[in-house]
Design a protein around this ligand. Sequence first.
Ligand SMILES: Cc1cc2nc3c(=O)[nH]c(=O)nc-3n(C[C@H](O)[C@H](O)[C@H](O)COP(=O)(O)O)c2cc1C
Length: 239
Amino acid sequence: MVAIFEQIVHERRSVRIYDELAPFDGNAVLRSLERAVLSPNSSNLQLWEFYRVHTKQKKDELAGYCLGQKAAKTANELIVVVTRKDKWKERAQFVLNEARKSFPEKKGKKEALIETYYERLIPMLYGNDPLGLMNAFKKTATFGTGVFQPISREVTSDDMRVVVHKSAALAAQTFMLSMKAEGYDSCPMEGFDSKRVKNFLRLPKEAEICMIISVGTAKPEGVYGDRIRVDNKTVIFNI
Ligand SMILES: Cc1cc2nc3c(=O)[nH]c(=O)nc-3n(C[C@H](O)[C@H](O)[C@H](O)COP(=O)(O)O)c2cc1C
């Protein structure tokens, strides 16, 4: 299994030109998205969405919003990975309801902790007021408590934006590795006009585009050169 994973990781490259005539199985995208949603994600809130764009007309329009990149223009399909921080309430309720299904008749400490987590902590982290006053309060309270004990310091609405993008990016990576395992190539893109992409998908203000992933079969010239990485010693440390 390690050998196969090693091969997939090594063969996944960001592809900038696809072979538009190569056969393409859209079901591989569906299977890969179904694997992507199994990715680890913060508090299991699953604050992500995946939009498949594959009709020629819509693909061409979206490729334009990807600043005309060939990686978008020549792809068989474009997948927009979206974060939905605004959906925290319904997702927290869903996860708690699901968890409750396997609670024993007499709730113990573990079950009480799960309830506190989704009913008190998550609203504290994700809930906010229009003026952002809660952010200042949370930051101050965290700083004060943090003087005496270790504490999670990422508590503001901006911090939560980072949190949801981290989780969505993990799903994006699962998706790309899965597409490679299915025999296809991909390219993650952050070069796009986020406002136009959001309008195109009719997304609400709070939704954000994490990245757009193009997929297809690489043309040999679609991989731009050998892989370049800094020496492992400069980024991997033993403490
Ligand atoms: C978040 C993110 C955004 C990226 N955006 C673009 C992009 O807009 N256009 C592009 O051609 N490549 C983009 N890339 C691909 C990187 O340039 C590529 O991963 C990097 O050069 C390493 O090459 P490799 O993926 O072939 O190993 C992006 C990668 C990531 C992770």
